[in-house]
Design a protein around this ligand. Structure first.
Ligand code: G3P
Ligand code: CA
Length: 244
């Protein structure tokens, strides 16, 4: 089945992360203000099982904490400052929970929830995500992605009605057939490896193709011309101008 979106989605990568601290409520609010259709963000679980929004497996780069996320309780990570490393005006931003993000934005924005479970086992992350998406009734506004393709296959078996995207940054032989076998709804490749024939094959097989992380206007033009379904960018403001 060939499908086409009338206009590609403008998805802010980790929120509007060029202009606000990544994966914070400030970055998600800014993405909305800048006209993004939605945003991508990263989820892990704390030692006591709370799904929290942070990219790195360790706390050091984006917060004033240290060490692995999974070795800390929610109370411990919640006390950290996740804004000051970006700029003093963001002091006091905290690490959000997945529930807070879904509750605040899930009804009106498209959410690409990336499960950050490819380095460490994150027990229950798939189930927690499904439970929250269902509790807030936002199934239609969500796509869940991961570099851990076994997790995506499992997610799809647990929740066949919630879309999944296969994240990858390398060449995969017969990627469309591979994605279909795993039950994925979309390919999520690094944009630099996207050839027009892959876009065409994805579309011909009813798969969306959502590319990351496209920040330069020339690169935005290239992927838009290739016919992708979503562009994930740190600069939703630039992309909005291009999509006008
Ligand atoms: O989901 C697209 C992209 O975010 C994957 O890479 O490292 O930015 O999480 P990364
Ligand atoms: Ca990500």
């Amino acid at each position: 089945m060939v499908h086409a979106r009338s206009k590609p989605r403008n998805l802010a990568h980790r929120g509007a992360s060029a202009l606000a601290p990544e994966n914070t409520m400030a970055a998600f609010r800014l993405a909305e203000q800048l006209g993004a259709d939605g945003f991508e963000f990263d989820v892990q679980v704390t030692r006591d099982g709370v799904a929290v929004v942070i990219h790195d497996e360790w706390l050091d780069r984006t917060t004033n904490g240290k060490g692995w996320v999974f070795q800390h309780t929610f109370e411990e990570v919640r006390r950290l400052d996740a804004g000051s490393s970006f700029g003093p005006e963001f002091a006091g931003e905290t690490i959000p929970t997945l529930e807070e993000v879904i509750a605040a934005f899930g009804e009106r924005m498209f959410l690409n929830i990336e499960l950050k479970n490819s380095y460490f086992d994150m027990p229950g992350l798939e189930e927690k995500t499904i439970e929250l998406v269902r509790r807030y009734g936002v199934e239609q506004n969500v796509i869940v992605s991961s570099f851990h393709h076994g997790s995506m296959q499992r997610f799809r078996q647990l929740a066949p009605d919630i879309r999944t995207g296969l994240l990858y940054d390398c060449y995969i032989v017969d990627v469309v057939e591979y994605a279909k076998k795993l039950g994925a709804s979309a390919l999520h490749p690094l944009f630099a490896g996207v050839k027009p024939e892959v876009v065409a094959a994805a579309k011909a097989n009813g798969l969306e193709i959502n590319v990351w992380t496209v920040n330069e206007p020339d690169h935005m033009r290239l992927v838009l011309a290739a016919g992708v379904d979503s562009v994930i960018t740190n600069h939703p403001d630039r992309l909005r101008e291009m999509l006008k």
